[in-house]
Design a protein around this ligand. Structure first.
Ligand code: LLP
Length: 412
């Protein structure tokens, strides 16, 4: 799962221009290491794919994938807007320097306080998923004295081909509004004088394997928009990322090509998260013990489900490779974390050559939904995050490792 930013040079794993081991020795492990250069490359790949299909797409990076301020700043400087799902993420975006009007705020359960904050900050868009939410935002906007631009999130009842746990656009899902409810709201829009019903939003799932379903969903949303003279279509995120060699997945340009003929005359918004940061980040971990027992070899590392929960939560695959390659025959080992849970296993069939205590390993493609979903379970401190600059020539600790003091802060 190597790429232009993470590759081997004479058997050592390099991140842009730095041996990963050098950074790990300086900062310690476990450690998230990101390449801003790779993230920006991914951002421009998506942008150019849509430019190439003659769609002026506004890209709103989905903060939930990875909200590190250094990353947000880099993307904002490149021209990205932000997609937030909570008041906290709006706060992050604004702290990183995002202009509020470039922020989109989505979510099934926005609280009154979050909505008030969003409207007061004058954020660009609120993606609405509930008729009661229209009432709330209308009332808040009236009090604040603004007309709030909103997009109604349609559940297009499309079953996306992805891990079932991360599909969102099918009937029975909690996300979005069914067509008949949206039609009712739009029929009644005179009841909401402080709302500007300017967009339709869809997001059918993450790690989408199939462009046909996106096309189908876009068609349904587009027809709805046309029926009501709505000019903006927010088609969500979902660009897939290869997690193992041989994964064959549609390129952003395949999505752009299939969407282009459908959205003539409409403004398009995108909300990619994973497609920008997943393969621009790795989790570096140190082998603590080797335990050969029964018929297995367990390689016990200092990261676990507290740092990266995707394998345990979704049975997601992440390749695990050594920072220093050894020659010789590999054996198949289980790479497991230290957390007191049987499911704290990264992978069961990892080929490693003669693994030793003290070896450093990289869990690949971990930039998205890694640190963002990290926890303090077992009173473990969350890891440090290091960002390598856009030039690839400098790095800095973008977030320090937590301390035990951080763990008890706020308790009485
Ligand atoms: N927009 C909306 C409305 C979303 O719900 C999501 C992701 C995105 C954009 C960004 O999707 P992306 O481009 O990253 O696929 N924790 C799971 C993924 C959950 C995705 C939630 N929504 C995982 O680790 O696979």
């Amino acid at each position: 799962m190597l790429n232009t930013s993470f590759y081997y040079r004479t058997n050592s794993l390099i991140a842009d221009t730095f041996p990963v081991a050098q950074i790990a020795h300086e900062v310690g492990t476990p450690l998230y290491l990101y390449s801003l250069k790779r993230a920006l490359h991914n951002y421009y790949t998506i942008k150019e794919a849509f430019d190439g299909a003659n769609i002026q797409a506004h890209i709103h990076y989905s903060i939930k994938a990875n909200g590190n301020l250094a990353l947000l700043r880099g993307l904002i400087a490149a021209g990205a807007g932000m997609d937030a799902v909570s008041g906290g993420e709006i706060f992050r975006a604004i702290t990183a320097g995002a202009s509020p009007d470039t922020i989109v705020y989505a979510g099934v359960g926005k609280t009154m306080a979050e909505l008030r904050y969003a409207v007061e900050q004058r954020i660009g868009w609120i993606n609405v998923e509930n008729r009661d939410e229209c009432d709330l935002i209308n009332a808040i906007a009236g009090t604040v004295g603004v007309r709030q631009r909103i997009a109604l999130r349609l559940n297009p009842h499309i079953v996306a081909n992805t891990i079932p746990n991360i599909a969102t656009g099918h009937g029975g899902a909690k996300f979005g509004l069914s067509m008949n409810i949206i039609e009712d709201i739009l029929r009644d829009k005179h009841l909401f004088p402080h709302l500007d019903f300017a967009g339709i939003h869809i997001h059918i799932g993450s790690q989408l394997h199939d462009i046909a379903e996106t096309a189908e969903a876009v068609k349904i949303a587009r027809d709805l928009a046309f029926r009501h003279g709505i000019k903006t279509l927010d088609i969500g995120g979902g660009f897939p990322v290869a997690y193992q060699d041989g994964d064959e997945l549609p390129h952003p340009s395949a999505f752009a090509q299939v969407i282009a003929p459908l959205v003539n005359g409409l403004d398009v918004m995108l909300e990619p998260g994973r497609g920008i940061i997943a393969d621009a980040g790795i989790l570096v971990t140190e082998v603590q013990y080797i335990k050969k027992q029964d018929w297995d070899t367990f390689v016990i590392v200092d990261a676990g489900m507290t740092e990266l929960i995707r394998p345990m939560l979704y049975e997601a695959h992440h390749s695990i490779i050594p920072l220093e390659q050894r020659s010789g025959d590999s054996e198949r080992v289980q790479v497991v974390g230290p957390v007191c849970e049987s499911t704290d296993v990264f992978a069961r069939q990892v080929p490693l050559v003669n693994p030793q205590r003290g070896d450093l390993l990289a869990v690949m493609t971990a930039g998205a939904y890694g640190m963002a979903m990290a926890s303090n379970y077992n009173a473990r401190v969350r890891p440090a995050e290091v960002m390598i600059s856009a030039s690839g020539l400098a790095w800095e600790v973008a977030r320090r490792r937590e301390t035990w003091e951080d763990l008890i802060r706020g308790e009485v």
